[in-house]
Design a protein around this ligand. Structure first.
Ligand code: ZN
Length: 272
């Protein structure tokens, strides 16, 4: 979208003006952007090395927002649907962390078909088979969360490594819903990233918003692999990207909520 409101000074900016703010102000203020019409959380993305102009986007708009149409060309492009978590009878989803987020073709992928619940034949409309299992990678789950609101409310059970099984609706937490009362919980935190920042020690921080929101911490030793896996060449690509990360909610001594990514397989990123 062309404009956004910054809550820091309650001004409406164009992306061009916003990109010319002094760097220190920009880094602070980009975490406090909202849609000028619907007040949904927004993000700012600097011009990228591959020639894309600076822009704003919403994370996302409220229903019916008149500015949503401006974002349509920025929104996820279809890659064919892989949303059969929704119309599949499997009661259980085994989260396949070994293949965390590698974008792979579905056809002929032996892991994707394991258990046969995830692929043909489908039993659309039938009752769930209690023993049915499907294996899903994080990237598939992130996609279902983004594109199918009913998935995040589902009662399907998740099996995740050595963790106790848990229902989908209890496990996945939108970034903006994370709160200090969830400290110590192992969850799938997901949503739109406001910005990515380099820490002094080589850590990469993916922020879910301002200081009051959760951030993901990608340690220096994992950074290169994560960036490579998602073909990221510029932190700006992460502004407005979707992320799903598995991990425990921690709180710093200053009250900042964060989640340390312990393996490249514990995070999926979807660029918008
Ligand atoms: Zn809006």
């Amino acid at each position: 979208m062309d404009i956004a409101r910054c809550m820091a000074d309650d001004q409406i900016y164009t992306a061009a003006v916003f990109s010319n703010l002094p760097p220190g102000n920009l880094e602070r203020m980009r975490q406090q952007l909202i849609c000028a019409e619907c007040a949904g959380p927004a993000f700012f993305r600097k011009a990228t090395r591959n020639g894309r102009a600076a822009c704003f986007g919403a994370r996302p708009h409220q229903d019916g927002c008149g500015l949503a149409a401006q974002d349509s060309e920025q929104v996820i492009e279809g890659e064919g649907t892989d949303l059969d978590v929704l119309n599949n009878p499997a009661e259980r989803i085994v989260v396949d962390l070994a293949f965390g987020a590698l974008p792979r073709e579905v056809h002929g992928d032996p892991n994707e078909g394991q258990g046969r619940a995830g692929r043909a034949p489908r039993y659309v409309g039938a009752n769930p088979r209690p023993d049915a299992r499907m294996h899903r990678r994080l990237s598939s789950l992130l996609r279902a969360l983004i594109e199918a609101p009913q998935f995040s409310a589902s009662n399907q059970l998740l099996e995740i490594g050595g963790h106790p099984e848990i229902r989908v609706r209890d496990f996945f937490v939108p970034l903006l819903n994370a709160n200090p009362g969830m400290r110590g919980l192992f969850r799938g935190w997901w949503g739109l990233i406001s910005d990515a920042q380099d820490g002094a020690d080589g850590t990469l921080w993916l922020n879910g918003g301002g200081r009051g929101q959760i951030s993901f911490c990608i340690p220096p030793e994992l950074r290169a692999e994560v960036l490579d896996r998602f073909r990221l060449v510029d932190n700006e690509q992460l502004a407005g990207a979707y992320a799903l990360a598995l991990g425990e909610l921690r709180i710093s001594q200053y009250g900042k909520m964060y989640c340390v990514i312990e393996s490249p397989n514990h995070i999926a990123i979807r660029l918008t």
